[in-house]
Write a protein that binds this ligand. Structure first.
Ligand SMILES: Nc1ncnc2c1ncn2[C@@H]1O[C@H](COP(=O)(O)OP(=O)(O)OP(=O)(O)O)[C@@H](O)[C@H]1O
Length: 826
């Protein structure tokens, strides 16, 4: 302050010289001021002009657009949230909400959470809109910020939590109500099995999408002729639909009955087509017909590989190409409506008070399996309604009002469904129906309903599947059996079976099955790998194979006299193999073939007997003994038996034979007893014939239903021609005929040693038998006198010498000459 006073006092002091030149100085100062003013005016004018030019050149609209786009890109329509918050802030200050600090804090936090939740919701929405240069499909309606709010799983969890927080803070009352009631709703939904059903439906839907095998082209047997090939039909059924009864099965008895009857009238069930006559062998589909009309003799292998196996083996053998077999043909479209049949099944069950739903439909080549899930058996009770004083409430009609209350809830028993088998067959108008309860490994009951037309499963269609290819790579004895009820291929390894018993009524498909097994092996194994021993008493089925290099003995055995010798020869081979194994210290054929000291690999032997009943008639004791011996011991030596019979009675398929053949195939049989004889359980009597079979694998508790593969005679012929080709002549391995001759000689030698005296008690009994019969045969003596074939033949020779019986006639039987009996048992 003092300094400022000093300064102001000092200012008036001026130099005398300055005072003296005041006029000139004033003139100079005025011109400088003028220059300065001009300069300022010029600068101002220049700046104004520059600004005017800049304004003239500047594109304000574009800049604004850029700014708007940038804002939209970053916050998107989240600006609405910002606006909402601003409105909330204005309202809070206007209304003085901030005065109640706790309420204000809660509401503010709630508004913030709600705003962020809405912003996240916008961030989830990647709309196909664009504003200016902003594409919302890239940045979302919530802009980048909205997108960031819901990024990743954690972001989404946090976003959902924001909603909960907002709801709790802004609406605590309703939130509490929801929190109390939602668990109750969930509990009820759980009790009604809604989540289970939803999960099952989703699971089935996924399974339906991913599991369904590709529709293979197939051939269809139509009404007496093969239906011409058609393009693949419509999808078998819509994605999983659960069929529920249209009537209430759990309702009190009174509601069932009229309800069921009413429901049946509306079911648009289609009447199944009338049974179609058997196709004639000549009337084969296009591919088959081509064969009949003289197909090219033998197609040259085009593919270098088949099933991943080299077509040419090291020893010079060639394996036949797949083209030798008939290609799969497209299947015909079905006329039946599976959805209607499923509805009919649940309605029929419901009409008998059985609650069930069809949860799965599997259409196979011959039958369609409806997977039925048993429902609940609910018991109700009528309880009188009472007012708050405990008095019964009376209705307008004067009767006490009642309420229906659930008393108990139990699962429907499976045998309630199986007991309705005939009623279901009636409702579906199905010729026969089989129920598999439960389907192994599944929580459903399988109701198998025949299709209106069967589809032929060609051998090639199963051999070309990856299941078969995988097995064939591991085993030379891989077999394509057919397709299951859901159309999945079924393959098996004969080496692990290790023996197979096939039984079924005549015309059910046994021979086709055996031919398919043989063909399958012939397609994949050379004579160095596998050899066949074939016994065909019927002289029709297997004789066509004679001459192929796979035969262990050069002929197919048709003569019953040789059967015992053949079986003994096979036993001899088995024993010889065991000796070889012992020398090398190995335990089985695999060990022997891999052993470094093995000079020549041993081939597998497959012994095929077409009619066991004929063998058992000819020499029951020897045949049973030898077959059981082989079945028990031959497996390790690589000898496997396939035995077929059309007489599945206990005298043919004896307990001993059954015990030694754990793997069995039952074709259609006439009675449940026959089915029990083969499989130890019923079911085969319900089969439809023509390749429809039940396959009981070794360790399985239950058989699998399969439509067996079909092999035409022309295919067999082509295969046989292939293997009989001259180019293989030099390679043909030695047969084991010497072994057979040795066995037969031993059998004959044994015959020479059998002494039969005239006063032998057996001869006396034979004479007594002759008195009772008009004809007599060795088989009769074998059965009645319990002797072997050779002894029986010797006794008959003695009786012939005595003139009691005549000479041997057709079928080994002899006429009784000494006197005429009463019955014709021979
Ligand atoms: N897998 C199959 N697919 C379609 N049709 C088949 C199948 N198997 C057999 N068939 C039909 O059934 C008919 C009889 O079959 P097959 O000759 O194999 O019966 P079988 O049981 O051996 O009779 P038999 O004991 O009298 O010899 C065949 O001609 C064929 O038309």
């Amino acid at each position: 302050m003092a300094a400022r006073t000093t300064k102001s006092r000092a200012r008036p002091v001026r130099s005398p010289s300055r005072r003296s030149g005041r006029g000139a100085a004033r003139t100079r100062t005025g011109s400088i001021a003028l220059i300065r003013r001009w300069w300022k005016a010029a600068a101002g004018a220049t700046a104004t002009a520059g600004f005017a030019v800049w304004v003239a050149l500047f594109d304000g609209a574009a800049a604004l657009e850029r700014a708007r786009d940038e804002v939209l890109r970053v916050i998107g329509f989240g600006m609405l949230v910002l606006a909402g918050w601003a409105v909330y802030g204005a309202a809070a200050s206007w209304r003085g909400w901030y005065l109640d600090r706790r309420l204000f804090a809660r509401r503010t936090a709630g508004a913030a959470a709600l705003g962020l939740f809405v912003w996240g919701l916008l961030g989830l929405n990647e709309a196909r809109w664009a504003v200016g240069t902003v594409d919302f499909s890239e940045v979302s309606l919530g802009g980048r910020f909205g997108q960031a709010l819901v990024a990743g799983l954690l972001g989404k969890v946090a976003w959902v939590s924001l909603f909960v927080i907002a709801a709790v803070l802004l609406a605590p009352g309703p939130s509490r109500w929801v929190a109390v009631h939602v668990p109750l709703w969930l509990q009820e939904a759980w009790e009604r099995r809604l989540p289970h059903r939803a999960a099952a439906a989703v699971g089935r839907w996924i399974a339906f999408i991913f599991r369904r095998p590709e529709r293979e082209e197939e051939i269809v047997i139509g009404a007496g002729e093969f239906v011409p090939a058609q393009a693949a039909g419509p999808p078998l059924e819509a994605p999983p639909v659960v069929f529920r009864p249209r009537i209430e099965p759990g309702a009190p008895a009174s509601t069932v009955g009229t309800g069921a009857a009413a429901a049946f009238t509306t079911v648009p069930a289609e009447a199944p087509a009338p049974p179609e006559p058997e196709p004639e062998a000549e009337e084969l589909p296009s591919a088959f017909a081509q064969d009949a009309a003289g197909s090219p003799a033998e197609p040259e292998p085009e593919e270098p590989e088949q099933l991943g196996l080299p077509l040419e083996t090291r020893s010079g053998w060639h394996l036949p190409a797949m083209e030798l077999l008939n290609p799969p043909q497209p299947s015909a479209s079905r006329r039946h409506d599976n959805a209607a049949r499923a509805q009919l099944i649940v309605d029929t069950l419901a009409s008998f008070g059985v609650d069930a739903t069809v949860v799965e439909i599997n259409e196979g080549p011959t039958v369609t399996q409806f997977g039925v899930e048993p429902g609940w058996e609910v018991r109700y009770k009528e309880v009188p309604l009472r007012d708050e004083n405990g008095k019964p409430i009376v209705g307008p009609d004067g009767r006490p009002k009642t309420e229906r209350v659930e008393v108990s809830r139990t699962r429907v028993r499976v045998n309630k469904i199986t007991a309705l088998q005939n009623d279901l067959a009636l409702a579906l108008a199905a010729p026969s129906l089989r129920i598999e309860a439960p389907v192994p490994g599944r929580a459903i009951v399988g109701i198998e309903v025949p299709n209106d037309s069967a589809t032929v499963v060609t051998l090639r269609s199963v051999m070309e599947t990856k299941e078969f290819a995988e097995l064939a790579r591991k085993s030379k004895l891989a077999i394509a059996l057919g397709k299951g009820v859901a159309g999945a291929p079924v393959v098996a390894d004969l080496a692990t079976m290790p023996h197979l018993l096939i039984a079924g009524a005549t015309g059910s498909g046994k021979s086709v099955c055996m031919n398919a097994i043989i063909a399958c092996i012939m397609m994949n194994a050379t004579p160095d790998d596998v050899r066949f021993v074939m016994v065909d008493p019927k002289r029709v089925e297997l004789v066509g194979y004679s001459g192929i290099p796979h035969m262990a003995f050069s002929e197919v055995i048709v003569d019953m006299d040789k059967v015992v010798g053949v079986l003994q020869a096979v036993v001899g081979e088995m024993e010889a193999r065991y000796k070889k194994f012992a020398e090398l210290g190995v335990r089985n054929i695999e060990g022997y073939n891999k052993h470094p000291r093995t000079l020549k690999k041993l081939p597998y032997w497959v012994v095929i007997i077409d009619e066991l009943a004929d063998l058992m008639m000819a020499a029951p004791f020897e045949v049973e003994k030898l077959i059981c011996r082989l079945a028990q011991l031959a497996r390790a030596t690589g000898i496997h038996l396939i035995v077929a019979t059309q007489r599945p009675s206990v005298d043919v398929v004896t307990g001993l034979i059954k015990a030694n053949f754990p793997t069995r195939i039952a074709f259609a049989v006439t009675s449940q007893t026959d089915s029990r004889t083969i499989l130890d359980m019923g079911g085969a009597e319900k089969l439809l014939g023509r390749g429809d079979m039940l396959y009981l694998p070794r360790d399985a508790g239950k058989p699998i239903r399969i439509q067996g593969v079909y092999l035409s005679d022309a295919e067999v012929e082509r295969l046989v021609t292939f293997w009989k080709d001259d180019r293989f002549r030099s390679l043909a391995p030695e047969t084991a005929d010497a072994l057979l001759e040795e066995a037969l000689a031993a059998q004959n030698g044994g015959e020479a040693n059998i002494e039969v005296e005239e006063d032998d008690p057996l001869v006396i009994q034979a004479r007594a038998l002759a008195e009772k019969h008009q004809r007599i045969s060795p088989a009769l003596l074998q059965r009645r006198l319990r002797v072997g074939y050779l002894k029986a033949a010797k006794i008959l020779e003695l009786l012939e010498a005595e003139g009691v019986v005549g000479p041997r006639e057709e079928g080994d039987s002899r006429r009784v000459l000494a006197r005429a009996g009463t019955d014709d048992d021979g």
